[in-house]
Design a binder for this molecule. Structure first.
Ligand code: ATP
Ligand code: MG
Length: 448
């Protein structure tokens, strides 16, 4: 027996009273059995979209062509979809057409995995023709029907398998896994946006380290070949025994499930294969790798059609991930200035996770330094020290007022004042900075 929200019960009841069948279906049934809170409640019914619309006061035509009507109950919408069979998938992406069917079993058979192919109604109980409950209990992701066929119909299911596996901590059943290995190349057919969404869910799950499965099953080779290179790049040196990719997987477990942090950790070392060099003792070095890693991160994030905010944050964090601090208050103010005040707390988390992914020697070296940086950061914030032009005591207008012309030189001059204040925060007064400005004037022939 399953607890369902009263709205869902009302929708099912209304449809049944009108002579139709109706069930909660898919993810909500799976999650409820697992004692997880479902993201949304979907309903499947023998009623046609027009019939659904006639039974409820407020409905939205969400995907009439695919049989989906959203029924509004209060402020919440519930997707009610007519039993259907997906037509042929002509391109591995879209079913050419959908056909409605009178059979719940036929509708369940089109669903991706057994754990997603269960239905429930208070009247009938759980309908589990594909033994989803057994797989839920055993912790198994298994295709409904012939895995190769199902992945050929819709290649996105390949990524969904790994994503559910990471979200639930489940294993992927052998034949399903074998089919993934065989069909992974078909992910080329899937839009970058949809790949992004699945990878994001995988990374932000309780098991981001399951990204390894995406590598082992040949998925990253298609959607992110740079990761494969990282897995194949050793980095034996003072701080590392693991390969670049293995280190990456470890760092993922040491940041919280925040989308910026997880993507930063995934991408933070991808430039290392580009700059690998070996010294006479056989130690491997990766000089300046953060710059290349940031370039690759930017390319990947753009390629996956992420929003600009994500692009900027991840690229910047990767650029500065490699412990960019000198251990002094001045050094921390400089880092704050370069990285920006909003991103700085995330950078601390990135540096910590990066250290945690290295060997004991690296952890003993860097974690105490990081603690010192954090202590300085706290003091700087409490003192309200200026670390950006926003809070500098003078602005362009002040310099123009004392005779400077607008233009490039003015910006340079403000930057010089800011550099002074980063060194000596007590000098962030109008008086001190205008005094400093007149000293710059005397020394320079460029500035009027
Ligand atoms: P989530 O928690 O991510 O919402 P979900 O199982 O509800 O998980 P949805 O993408 O919301 O996943 O899809 C709802 C249901 O529709 C699934 O449980 C599954 O039965 C079916 N489904 C979704 N996408 C596919 C697909 N690509 N192929 C086959 N069935 C699918
Ligand atoms: Mg869902």
């Amino acid at each position: 027996k399953i607890e369902i929200p009263s709205h869902v019960a009302v929708i099912i009841d209304t449809l049944e009273k009108a002579g139709f069948e109706a069930y909660a279906v898919g993810g909500c049934v799976r999650d409820t059995i697992l004692n997880r809170i479902p993201g949304d409640w979907d309903i499947t019914t023998s009623a046609r979209p027009e019939q659904v619309k006639s039974l409820f006061r407020r409905t939205i035509d969400t995907g009439i062509r695919h049989g989906t009507v959203t029924v509004m109950m209060g402020k919440t919408g519930y997707e009610v979809t007519t039993y259907r069979v997906d037509g042929e998938y002509e391109d591995g992406r879209h079913p050419k057409d959908v056909t409605f069917t009178a059979s719940l079993t036929v509708d369940l058979a089109r669903r991706d995995f057994t754990i997603n192919a269960m239905a429930y109604s208070p009247k009938t109980g759980i309908i589990d023709v594909f033994h989803g409950i057994d797989d839920l209990k055993a912790g198994i992701i298994r295709s409904v029907g012939e895995a190769r066929e199902r992945f050929t119909e819709d290649a996105l299911r390949i990524l969904r398998a790994v994503r559910f596996s990471a979200q639930l901590g489940f294993a992927i059943e052998e034949k399903t896994a074998a089919a993934i290995r065989e069909m992974a190349g078909r992910l080329e057919l899937i839009s970058r946006e949809r790949i992004q969404a699945e990878l994001d869910k995988l990374l932000c799950s309780p098991h981001p380290e399951y990204f390894r499965k995406a590598y082992e099953l040949g998925i990253t080779a298609v959607v992110m070949p740079e990761f494969d290179r990282a897995m194949e790049t050793p980095q034996k040196n003072r701080y590392h025994e693991l390969s670049v990719g293995e280190h990456t997987l470890k760092t993922l477990e040491h940041v919280r499930a925040d989308h910026i942090l997880r993507w930063t950790m995934l991408l933070h070392d991808l430039g290392k294969p580009e700059v690998l060099s070996e010294d006479a003792q056989g130690n491997l070095h990766f000089y300046n790798h953060a710059k290349y890693s940031a370039q690759i991160a930017e390319r990947i994030i753009r390629g996956l059609k992420f929003d600009n905010a994500t692009l900027e944050a991840v690229t910047k964090l990767v650029t500065y991930h490699d412990f960019p601090f000198s251990i002094s208050k001045k050094g921390v103010r400089r880092a704050l200035n370069r990285v920006g005040e909003e991103l700085f707390p995330l950078l601390l988390e990135v540096c910590s996770a990066d250290s945690m992914g290295k060997n004991a020697y690296a952890r003993e070296t860097y974690l105490p330094k990081l603690a010192q940086v954090e202590a300085y950061y706290k003091e700087i914030r409490e003192a309200g020290d200026c670390v950006s032009l926003k809070t500098l005591a003078i602005n362009g207008g002040d310099l123009i007022a004392v005779g400077m012309k607008p233009g490039r030189e003015l910006g340079i001059c403000l930057q010089k004042c800011l550099q002074l204040v980063l060194e000596a925060p007590e000098k962030n007064t109008k008086e001190d900075l205008l005094q400093y400005y007149s000293e710059i004037l005397k020394k320079s022939d460029n500035i009027p």
